[in-house]
Design a protein around this ligand. Structure first.
Ligand code: PLP
Length: 357
């Protein structure tokens, strides 16, 4: 079987064990004689999987009492709207660290009074703003912990005087997180915890029910809390694969073990980018992401970009083209990306330098 070195930014590489479990469950789910996508979502077999998935989230992330874990549709992009509808009464603050943060901010502005607290747009979002104050009169402060396109990341769980809301689409489960510092965490599954089609939401229940606007049933978090994410048919296949992905993560040793591996992978690649005269990183060193590693050809070798892309492709590298707003290259080294793939990319860069540098 052909195996690529998959550095796609999302959807992206998933654990082989989760893929195999999905293949098996497509044929026969838990000995029911039916496929996981054929049986009723109200069956006891399915309800057990939902419960297992919720329990894995709580255990792996060490989610405290008072929080609910939801599995919804619509992607992280739908959460941009949900958050504002459910939480914005007087004023919300947004940290602008990239395109996804801007999209979240735009939805909030359409719903009510939302203000930009700080931005890194002056340097094409290549760093995380610092030294700003979070006003105490905000209903919530919204951050994007990992900026998938620019390869920057907020590495510390921050202290916020107001409810902290985080889009963690691309670094959820990559490191231990102190959930108690957040009022709400959300993201699309397709970057670290599963395939596309399911969106996770971790919400502290006491922040809900405080807005005066009418909330349509489907856009009210309380609907989904009350029905354990089964108000309507959940995305069963995506949730199944997410469950298997979390089982893999738990068996590997959970978030402490995962974080160590992720830091090792990122260090391998960043040190090669620093060492290799043909490449240069684009993100501020102290803010660079351990999930999305962005780099370009250095000035002197700008004309070699296409050549390196072809060279890497020949050696099995997939998905290393940078986002069009940054250019160059981006290697996404999500949880399931094996260290061997990172080593293969590093070798590829070394070989290319030998031949062309
Ligand atoms: C990919 C991504 C999104 C968009 O996710 P969808 O599920 O496709 O809507 C939002 N925020 C961040 C940080 C992302 O990386």
């Amino acid at each position: 079987m052909k195996v690529a070195h998959n550095f796609n930014a999302g959807p992206c590489v998933l654990p082989k064990s989760a893929i195999q479990a999905a293949i098996d469950a497509l044929h026969d789910f838990k000995g029911t004689g039916m496929s996981v996508i054929e049986l009723s979502h109200r069956s006891k077999e399915w309800e057990a999987t939902m419960e297992e998935c919720r329990a894995l989230w709580k255990e792996i992330l060490n989610i405290p009492e008072g929080y609910k874990v939801l599995f919804l549709g619509g992607g992280a992009s739908m959460q941009f709207l949900y958050v504002a509808m459910n939480l914005l009464e007087n004023k919300a603050g947004y940290l602008e660290t990239g395109v996804w943060a801007k999209k979240a901010f735009a939805e909030a502005k359409a719903i009510g009074n939302a203000v930009k607290i700080a931005s890194s747009s002056d340097k094409n979002f290549s760093y995380i703003p610092k030294g700003y104050e979070i006003p105490e009169d905000l209903d919530y402060f919204h951050i994007t912990t990992n900026n998938t396109i620019y390869g920057t990341e907020i590495h510390q769980d921050m202290n916020s005087p107001v409810n902290l809301v985080a889009d963690m689409s691309s670094d959820i489960m990559s490191r231990p997180v102190d959930v108690s510092k957040y009022a709400l965490i959300y993201g699309g599954a397709q970057k670290n915890v599963g395939p596309a089609g399911v969106t996770f939401v971790i919400v502290r229940e006491d922040i809900l029910g405080k807005v005066s606007r009418y909330l349509p049933t489907m856009l009210d978090y309380r609907t989904h809390i009350k029905e354990d994410s089964m108000f309507n048919t959940p995305p069963v296949f995506s949730i199944f694969i997410m469950t298997e992905t979390l089982k893999w993560l738990k068996n590997l040793g959970g978030l402490n073990a995962m974080y160590k591996i992720n830091k090792e992978k990122a260090a391998l690649l960043y040190s090669e980018i620093e060492r290799n005269k043909m490449f240069v990183g684009t993100a501020a060193v102290e803010d660079r992401s351990i999930m999305n590693i962005c780099f370009v050809m250095s000035e002197e070798y700008k004309d070699k970009e296409d050549a390196f892309m072809a060279f890497a492709k020949e050696r099995g590298m997939v998905g290393i083209k940078g986002h069009r707003s940054v250019g160059g290259f981006r290697a996404s080294t999500y949880n399931a990306c094996p260290v061997e793939s990172v080593k293969a990319l590093v070798s590829c860069m070394q070989e290319f330098e030998k031949l062309n540098g």
